[in-house]
Ligand binder design. Structure first.
Ligand code: B12
Length: 321
């Protein structure tokens, strides 16, 4: 790895590596991003490759270059940080809007710089997730409603947000360790997985073992996962209004497992669940919660303290430290 220190001392290679750090790049991507000439870029890439710092993969006719391993990424991040005397200072008030704009435009580099800036400023995961990423996605939704962005841009923004979440988790220190387990998934035909993934990441950071199944989990698979993993907590996300019946059916099935086979707490969230909270509680959910802040500040502490009788409906609150 000593090679890496030498490589980034050379400005062109540092520029190339900084670009590749945000994801695989072709030679033409790198020419456009660095302003270097094509033979020059190819030459640097060949050297970086021969030293095992980057690797090449062919997709159709194009070759993409990426960092060769997570170790290289970690080392490179440290070296680049030391190298930058001026950290990007992110204005928190404007962060969601700026992030949403950059993400819809596919400007992943700006998103990355913002997220790295927030991490460097010591902003906790919950704040970055809720007040930057979730608020940004909310804005994207508003822009979509007024045709200011199209579906492709909405998908682009969602995909970039997911990658930024992985980065925030990567740099967040675990808060504690527990032996608890949670199974999480979206009800069938609910494609909105970002919110539940935020909850899952927070649980993981709080020491829980999580089984996050993502979007659109068929009810049968959801039930088998719960039987297989013996969780202490099962969390379901139900977002679109027309997913109400499927969401309720899943909650009823889970409640039946909970009463007959294996006891666990059952929580439901997502827009549809929050709008219909009393119906979900009646169907067998132990609680509903509106967002990550309420989950992390009110629900999880009660679960940790084993104060789990009558959890019920948690409502939104504005308390943010
Ligand atoms: C991004 C997005 C998508 C993406 C989702 C990508 C992904 N990987 O998640 C894609 C493009 C797939 C998508 C598709 C659709 N979408 Co959409 N989408 C959105 C958008 C813009 C942002 C959602 C988001 O990610 N928010 C950020 C996350 C972090 O917030 P969140 O989901 O609310 O989660 C938080 C809380 O709810 C909570 N939480 C969530 N789950 C759980 C679970 C538990 C247990 C707990 C405790 C808490 C919890 O914690 C999270 C963090 O605080 C919203 C706009 C909006 N106003 O919400 C529309 C929105 C949700 N979509 C909507 C619709 C209608 C659709 C489509 C039907 C659109 C279409 N015409 O094709 C499809 C198909 C939906 C389906 N069947 O699931 C509507 C839903 C309206 C309704 N009530 O029915 C919205 C509100 C847009 C609108 N105003 O019309 N969508």
């Amino acid at each position: 790895m000593r090679d890496l220190v030498k490589e980034i001392a050379e400005p062109s290679r540092r520029d190339i590596l900084s670009e590749i750090k945000s994801g695989p790049k072709s030679v033409s991507d790198l020419v456009a991003a660095t302003g270097l000439k094509q033979p020059n870029v190819s030459n640097h890439l060949a050297k970086l490759r021969s030293r095992g710092i980057v690797r090449a993969s062919k997709v159709g006719r194009q070759v993409f270059y990426s960092l060769s391993s997570p170790e290289v990424e970690i080392k490179l991040s440290t070296l680049l940080q030391q190298d930058q005397t001026e950290a990007v200072v992110v204005d928190f008030e404007q962060a969601a809007k700026q992030f949403a704009r950059a993400a819809c435009a596919g400007d992943e580099q700006t998103c990355l710089q913002m997220i790295d800036g927030l991490i460097k400023q010591g902003t906790p995961l919950v704040r970055i997730y809720q007040q930057v990423l979730a608020d940004a996605m909310m804005l994207v939704g508003r822009w979509y409603e007024v045709d200011a962005v199209d579906e492709g841009q909405e998908h682009l923004a969602s995909a970039i947000t997911e990658r930024m979440m992985a980065r925030v988790v990567h740099y967040s220190a675990p808060l504690r360790r527990t032996a608890h387990r949670a199974v999480l998934g979206c009800s069938s035909s609910n494609w909105h997985a970002l919110g539940l993934r935020m909850i899952s990441d927070y649980l993981r950071l709080s020491g829980w073992k999580t089984f996050f199944m993502g979007a659109n989990v068929p009810t049968r698979s959801f039930l088998s996962a719960v039987r297989e993993h013996n969780p202490d907590l099962v969390l379901v996300s139900v977002t679109p209004a027309d997913g109400l019946e499927e969401g309720l059916a899943l909650v009823r099935e889970l409640h039946s497992i909970k009463s007959k086979e294996h006891d666990f707490l059952l929580g439901v969230g997502g827009a549809c669940a929050v709008e219909n909270a009393p119906i979900f509680i009646e169907a067998g959910a132990d609680f509903t919660a509106p967002n990550l802040i309420v989950f992390s500040e009110e629900v999880l502490p009660r679960i940790d303290r084993k104060e789990v009788e009558n959890l019920g409906i948690f409502t939104n609150h504005k308390k943010i430290d």
